[in-house]
Design a protein around this ligand. Structure first.
Ligand code: VGL
Ligand code: ZN
Length: 205
């Protein structure tokens, strides 16, 4: 890929793979593809969902609720999740076969107790930046390709925000897997199309 393009590999972590706390069907199936794609890019960024043990997105923090239900928080609607990706836990580690030694940056997100962050650019309060936009801009990146987990949450929010920050954004569809909660995958593709995010396939690389 040209030097102004970056690959963003979203949350390829044990808790999103089969057997993990918030498993995504066939989440591990993308790993060989992601490794191959990474080899095509000079600039590669990894993200890691990285929550404190008492994070606000965990249903366990809201007595009487259960995972996958919704509540309203000061910043808006929040889906509640099983406890997952607790910082420094085995579940938060990258999948053991992810092999991207040349990745220059790891963005850890969702670390503020009171704010979730699906997006790798902007937390759920829609104000707090992770700094990724500045990192990419400073390196002359204009175009961001995305892959990883999960298509309809962290990949989609990251892609939408990439576009909002002025990057050309493309989701590499077969290098992602979805949670698909109550139609969330279809809804995500509709939002992404509106945001001007492109869709492509790894075969084109
Ligand atoms: C994610 C739900 C909660 C994701 C992270 O990586 O898509 N989904 N936290
Ligand atoms: Zn999370």
């Amino acid at each position: 890929m040209n030097k102004s393009s970056a690959l963003l590999i979203v949350d390829v972590q044990n808790d999103f793979c089969p057997g993990g706390a918030l498993e995504v069907g066939d989440g591990n199936g993308i790993v060989p593809l992601v490794n191959r794609l990474a080899g095509k890019f000079e600039t590669v960024v990894l993200s890691q969902d990285w929550h404190p043990a008492d994070h606000i997105s965990f249903a366990a923090q809201h007595p009487g609720t259960s995972p996958f239900s919704q509540i309203t928080l000061p910043y808006g609607a929040q889906t509640l999740w099983p406890i997952h990706c607790v910082m420094a836990s085995a579940g938060a580690a990258f999948h053991k076969d992810l092999a991207v030694p040349h990745a220059g940056l790891i963005i850890r997100k969702g670390s503020h107790r009171d704010i979730d962050s699906y997006s790798t650019f902007l937390e759920a309060d829609r104000e707090t930046k992770t700094g990724l936009d500045g990192y990419l801009s400073a390196r002359g990146i204009h175009e961001v390709y995305l892959c990883g987990l999960a298509t309809d949450f962290c990949v989609a929010w990251s892609a939408e925000d990439a576009a909002a920050f002025g990057f050309r954004a493309t989701v590499i569809e077969d290098a992602c897997r979805a949670i698909d909660l109550d139609g969330s995958l279809d809804a995500a593709w509709t939002r992404l199309a509106k945001a001007g995010v492109a869709r492509s396939n790894s075969a084109t690389f």
